[in-house]
Write a protein that binds this ligand. Sequence first.
Ligand code: NAD
Length: 485
Amino acid sequence: MALLDPKIWTDKIYINGWVAGGGGTRDVVSPATGEKLGSIGMASVADANKAAAEAAKAQVGWAATPPEQRAAIMRKAGELFGTYAAEITDWLVKEAGSIPPKAGLEIHVAEGECFEASSLPSHPMGSVLPSNDPHWSFMRRRPAGVVTVIAPFNFPLILSIRSIAPAIALGNAVVFKPDPRTAVGAGAAIVRIFEEAGLPAGVFQMVNGGADVGEAVVSAPDVRVVSFTGSTAAGRKVGELGAQHLKRTHLELGGNNALIILPGVDVAKAASAGAFGSWMHQGQICMTTGRHIVHESVYDEYVAALVEKANHLPVGNPATDQVALGPIIDANQTAKVQSIVDETVKQGGKLAAGGTHEGNFFKPTVLADLKPEMSAWKDEIFGPVAPIIKFSTMDEAVALANNSEYGLSVGILGDVGEAMKIADQLNTGILHINEQTVADEANIPFGGVGASGTGSRFGGAEANIEAFTEQQWLTVRPDIAPYPF
Ligand code: NAD
């Protein structure tokens, strides 16, 4: 049977199995053509609470499942992403507007996340603590319980599985709320993979929905830990709600990432890196290069090289044509990108390339000669726009890069010695020298500072164990201890 046969998931959510949701249904729409691709079930707030309660019941048995069996299921899930790569790619292209190589990258990382997670069940889960009392004293880590995972639409598979896989491997149950715009290729697909991998019923639940269902799966009494990836505005709400209900919240939020181009750089290579950083997946990535900070000695040449690329990169429907850029996710988001570009031009920014759209296809855009107070420089655009500013001194470059509420990713291109001199002064969770700002691997501790998140990390055993387990102090002595009472 096909992984994503519509008969399985049409008009359904997943609570212990495929069921109709109390929130009705919603069309799945192609962002490229507007065509209806299918229809998903939507959850109600009551469904969200039920999913969490059922997950809590299933979690007890799952946590007690031998590590070898948990590891085998994670390995199987990783293999299945490979087996069903073509089918999942097709959905990530049609539903999310991904070009095929981007979809392939998502599937490759999803496989890697499951394989990495398969090492977690047998990982050391604590330590022996010295004690002044005549007892043995240990710290042991236990699963947190039920973990809620909320994901965005842009890299929907990676940003879901990077939390789902380690949380499940470590003995938790997961309630997953995908973005409803990508709930087949990065929602139903994940449910089906774990079904086929043999995960016991109830350990993984999926409730499709919007902000109301998102808030319900944060506040549901059975949920202990929340892993949220999305905008800073929604992240603040999730953080507030989590604090009210005393939930541990891991928040991975927006970015406005700087790429510093040093004097003496190879301009052709730098422009290739800058173009990829700003336009990959239409600039809809938290790590997108949102600010190009370019030394005056190479500025004109760099802008010209970026304009040349913008004017030649093909934009269109990735399901039918070989293109470099596909569509923006929907009309609202397209209108938002257009309004930031227009406002910046009104503020005196120079539109050097692009700046317009047809349907949801936005042309790769270059905005040059910007000032730090202009909209395209200050705001996270989430569209294919390369905003550029000129600098003279290294101190200026550092000040420009740090002048942002966000702190997710920074790239520095050029002489490594010069880059090292400024690297330690940059406020950022991720720093690449001689690479642009967009990158991810399953084993690295991914995360940002400032308005990009709470400094939490996903990826690699150390960060994942910290994120999805609780510590317990455990002591043992041969006889009951004597007390003065
Ligand atoms: P969004 O915050 O609107 O939505 C993200 C998810 O949160 C969706 O599933 C949405 O339904 C849900 N949601 C929205 N409001 C909620 C609420 N009040 N309570 C609970 N859930 C809620 O984000 P978006 O605009 O769709 O996605 C793009 C944003 O995500 C950008 O800001 C981008 O930088 C950020 N992002 C961050 C990372 C990272 O790892 N730091 C990765 C990718 C995207």
